[in-house]
Design a protein around this ligand. Structure first.
Ligand code: SF4
Length: 351
């Protein structure tokens, strides 16, 4: 199958499973010439509509620590960045952020941080249980990187509902170009399967336009996502950080990110798909464009304003100066401007 319109129709019919990585790679090549993004976005919205309607789910993001033992080459808080001012939030501060978020209407809290050894299971489990017991109608999502099966199990038993762990690339050679030799592609993928086995709703994802990415490699990502069928999928543009080895690489584009959001919506109709802050960073209406392309999640920041600038994964990250309430109001207006409706429930995946 190699005609572009034929592939779009196959995706729309739900026949994306029949596409080979070669089909997808040539399709992505053809799409570069332009002219297909509108129809892809329209098809993606049509597929999203009967499942989620125009509902857009908000997740309150609490960035608990910018300390990380790893040295991913694309990341502004990598261990080697000596100019990063480090912080970590203690248990009471995290709970306060969640309480404030609850008052503002959030029903999912995402605790995200680098791989910081301070947050052992003995530290994390009470935090998770406190949030769950104060707010039993809320979901707790973790995004704390690679941990052992036992650690994932303990945090799940403490009440964690979801786990985000971007796979970054489904191509082992590409993985090795983005990460230090101490990190392994096999372990990253194994973590995703372990999390699923333990009953988490699981999110994977990758950056669009990362260094050394090709359409062939993106085709591998799309096949992986189609076959793994995550509950959530974080796909945003690569944005360089000036203190990393990738400082001089160009950012990913809004067009390609939105195109891929549409394709992922067609491949996995039920997936919860964020319009990321990185997309809003490279274009003033990036998040709105993401919603129009098929996304249905936004993740405003609930971290204390004093530390937001320090959680700088990439340059010029937006929404680092605003209060949580301002973030939420601003996003609500943005979502409404493209016909979406912000909803305040847990927003579980509908599979
Ligand atoms: S991407 Fe994650 S694991 Fe890698 S250096 Fe950054 S915070 Fe650490």
């Amino acid at each position: 199958m190699n005609d572009v319109s034929e592939i779009i129709e196959a995706l729309y019919r739900g026949d994306g499973g029949a596409l080979s990585a070669d089909d997808i790679a040539s399709f992505l090549d053809e799409c570069e010439s332009g002219g297909y993004d509108e129809v892809l976005a329209e098809r993606a919205r049509n597929v999203r509509e009967p499942i989620y309607g125009n509902r857009v789910f908000v997740r309150g993001l609490i960035e608990i620590s910018n300390i990380c033992k790893n040295d991913c080459l694309y990341c502004g808080i990598r261990r080697s960045n000596r100019n990063c001012i480090r912080y970590r939030l203690d248990e009471d501060t995290i709970i306060l952020c969640a309480d404030e978020g609850y008052e503002l209407g959030f029903r999912t809290f995402v605790l995200q941080g680098g791989e910081d050894a301070y947050y052992t299971d003995d530290v994390m489990c009470p935090i998770i249980s406190r949030i769950k017991s104060s707010h039993p109608d809320c979901a707790v999502t973790l995004s704390l990187g690679e941990r052992s099966r036992d650690s994932y199990r303990r945090m799940r038993e403490a009440g964690a509902d979801r786990y985000l762990l971007r796979h970054e690339t489904a191509n082992p050679d590409h993985y090795a170009q983005l990460h230090p030799a101490s990190m392994s592609y096999e372990n990253r993928i194994q973590c995703l399967y372990t999390l699923r086995e333990l009953g988490y709703q699981v999110g994977c994802g990758f950056m669009v336009g990362s260094p050394y990415q090709t359409n062939r490699r993106i085709a591998n990502d799309l096949c992986f996502i189609r076959d793994f069928y995550p509950d959530m999928c974080g796909v945003g543009p690569f944005v360089p950080h000036h203190e990393t080895p990738f400082a001089s690489f160009p950012s990913g584009t809004v067009e390609k990110t939105c195109r891929l959001l549409s394709i992922i919506r067609l491949l996995c109709p039920h997936v919860l798909l964020p319009a990321t802050t990185a997309l809003g960073t490279i274009h003033p209406r990036g998040r709105e464009m993401g919603i129009l392309a098929g996304a249905n999640v936004v993740m405003p920041n609930l971290s204390p304003v004093g530390v937001r600038k320090q959680y700088e994964l990439y340059d010029n990250k937006i929404c680092t100066g605003e209060e949580s309430a301002q973030c939420r109001d601003c996003l609500e207006l943005r979502i409404r401007s493209v016909g979406g409706e912000i909803v305040t429930d847990r927003g579980d995946v509908k599979k």
